[in-house]
Design a protein around this ligand. Structure first.
Ligand SMILES: CC(=O)SCCNC(=O)CCNC(=O)[C@H](O)C(C)(C)COP(=O)(O)OP(=O)(O)OC[C@H]1O[C@@H](n2cnc3c(N)ncnc32)[C@H](O)[C@@H]1OP(=O)(O)O
Ligand SMILES: CC(C)C(=O)C(=O)O
Length: 511
């Protein structure tokens, strides 16, 4: 609504190119190193996603980087394959040897970089930048030039260096906000001013030190930037770069600007990158986080159930996500009723009030309520005898100094008696390992979370164990037990959770 008025005053392009730097700046995330094989997997996925350029790495950095670049180039992707290089002959040659079809070359331009890092004056820097661009163009390759730390560089020098590289044949100039110091208004001003002096496409590369990378990238586009550098999951140096999924969806959904991205592949790509890099997304991460389309508050769920747009600015399917209605402290009656409808569970008003109170009580205690938990609670409220498929028949545990902790458990699983023994790092671990093993024939249920708390003081304190288990088929359930013996509390909590999951699986089988 308001954006229409704003758009009239801006130089918004119809389409923006996405330059993906997950494999280069994204790999500079502290602690992340991606093998050539993993780079190839990610590059293929980025190409499917529809990014225009894939910056595959820094060829001068290592043999592995050159190998990855060559192999990615050999895949014949639709995206251009780009390598980063300093304005040095050795770096440019390493990139050329890697066979890339696009070189992104850079040199620091700000007083800080000139004086303390490079020990070069403006003239020397400008000459090296021009020489590098000419060298790239002599080899018939696309040349993009970045004035590193552009946003802390005197505008006069910035103007001189960008016009000089344009004259030398650069195809794109990139404006890096290297330490993320811009705000949207200053970025809009800077890109607007540069547009007055250069005619080749302007690109931006924003860092997220103040959480403004996406906002600053959008501001650059508002001023006419035609390309945005971004990374999957916002990976990158320090606080990271512009998050690709966020900037693409904001461009498309808010401004109506096109990109070549197939947005339905965003969540899958985010998951792949997260798995390979080991950098997990916080649940509240926009677009791809686990909670990006999850609703718990009763008022929201009531709205969403009638018209999802009341509390969803995007359809989850647009980005490959799914909507989740979550039970907890803020749940309202409508959410519970809708879940019961989904499970085909009917109950009268009194029973429903009891169930509602139980959900609220658990929420007040700070507990989460999974779908399997709700089903189990509903069965109890309906007075159905708690159908426990797995019952504990016997249990011993051995532990001590110089003894491998071992648990022996006897279970009744659906009427069949099964016994096994297993070791673990301690008695709790051994007990849970053996239960999981015994149940595996029926269902492969794994422990996902384990918490223990002493409720009262002293060595005879009541221990409360809380677990979350899941079966890999979408069922997860909490389990709780409060007794004095920590190992017993753990065993009971695990069995509680397993029984809820088995009940949920049975209910799925009902017509
Ligand atoms: C803002 C960014 O993200 S920039 C990209 C950052 N990425 C990387 O650094 C990639 C990984 N880096 C590496 O593997 C190594 O740093 C290499 C191979 C590139 C260089 O290694 P080394 O030769 O050992 O140099 P080192 O990293 O210690 O220092 C950097 C050197 O490059 C110089 N330099 C830095 N940027 C540039 C540039 N754009 N153009 C020319 N020289 C530069 C520095 O002045 C310094 O030179 P010096 O050794 O003469 O003092
Ligand atoms: C190489 C440049 C674009 C960079 O990564 C930065 O300035 O952050």
């Amino acid at each position: 609504m308001y954006i229409d008025k704003v758009k009239q005053e801006m130089k918004i392009p119809e389409k923006v190119r996405i330059f993906d730097t997950t494999l280069r700046d994204g790999e500079q995330t502290p602690g992340v190193a991606i093998t050539p094989e993993e780079k190839i997997r990610i590059a293929k996925r980025l190409d499917n996603l529809g990014v225009d350029v894939i910056e595959v790495g820094f060829p001068a950095a290592s043999l592995g980087e050159r190998k990855a670049a060559q192999e990615i180039k050999g895949l014949g992707l639709n995206a251009k394959v780009c390598g980063l290089a300093r304005v040095l002959q050795e770096d440019l040659d390493a990139a050329l040897d890697s066979d890339v079809d696009y070189i992104h070359t850079f040199i620091g331009t700000s007083p800080l970089h000139r004086e303390y890092k490079l020990h070069m004056d403006q003239e020397e820097i400008l000459t090296k930048a021009v020489d590098a661009v000419e060298y790239i163009k002599d080899h018939g390759i696309i040349a993009e030039f970045s004035a590193e730390d552009a946003t802390r560089t005197e505008f006069e020098f910035l103007k001189n260096i960008y016009t000089a590289v344009e004259d030398a044949g650069a195809d794109v100039i990139n404006v890096p906000d290297t330490v993320g110091v811009m705000v949207p208004a200053s970025m809009r001003q800077l890109v607007g001013d540069l547009k007055e002096v250069v005619s080749i496409p302007i690109s931006v590369h924003c860092h997220d030190d103040f959480g403004l990378a996406v906002a600053n990238s959008l501001a650059a586009v508002e001023a006419g930037a035609l390309q945005v550098h971004a990374t999957i999951n916002g990976l990158g140096e320090r606080a990271g770069n512009t998050s690709l999924e966020e900037v693409v969806m904001a461009l498309m959904a808010t401004y109506g600007i096109k990109t070549n991205i197939t947005t339905e592949l965003l969540v899958g790509t985010s998951e792949l990158v997260s798995r390979i890099t080991g950098v997990k997304m916080p649940p509240n991460k926009a677009i791809v986080g686990e909670n990006a389309f999850a609703h718990e508050a009763g008022i929201h769920v009531h709205g969403v159930l009638q018209k999802a747009e009341t509390y969803e600015p995007l359809k989850p399917e647009m980005v490959g996500h799914t909507r989740r209605i979550v039970m907890g402290k803020h749940t309202g009656a409508r959410a519970i009723k809708s879940k019961l409808d989904d499970y085909g569970i009917e109950m009268n008003e009194d029973q429903f009030c009891t169930l509602y109170d139980q959900v609220k009580k658990l929420g007040d205690k700070g507990k989460m309520v999974t779908d399997a938990d709700l089903q189990a609670l509903a069965e109890t409220v309906l007075g159905k005898p708690k159908e426990e498929k797995v019952k504990l028949e016997g249990f011993t545990v051995m532990t001590g100094d110089n003894v491998l902790p071992t648990a022996t458990v006897k279970l009744n699983i659906d009427g069949k008696i099964k016994t096994a023994a297993k070791t673990g790092v301690g008695p709790v671990d051994a007990s849970i390992n053996v239960i999981q093993d015994l149940v595996r024939e029926t269902a492969d249920i794994e422990l996902k979370e384990y918490h223990i708390e002493a409720i009262t003081g002293g060595t005879n304190a009541l221990a409360e164990v809380f677990v979350i288990m899941a079966d890999g088929e979408g069922h997860s359930a909490t389990g709780r037990s409060t007794v004095e013996d920590i190992v017993m509390a753990s065993v009971e909590a695990v069995l509680d959770s397993i029984n809820k999951i088995l009940l949920a699986r049975d209910m799925d089988q009902l017509p």
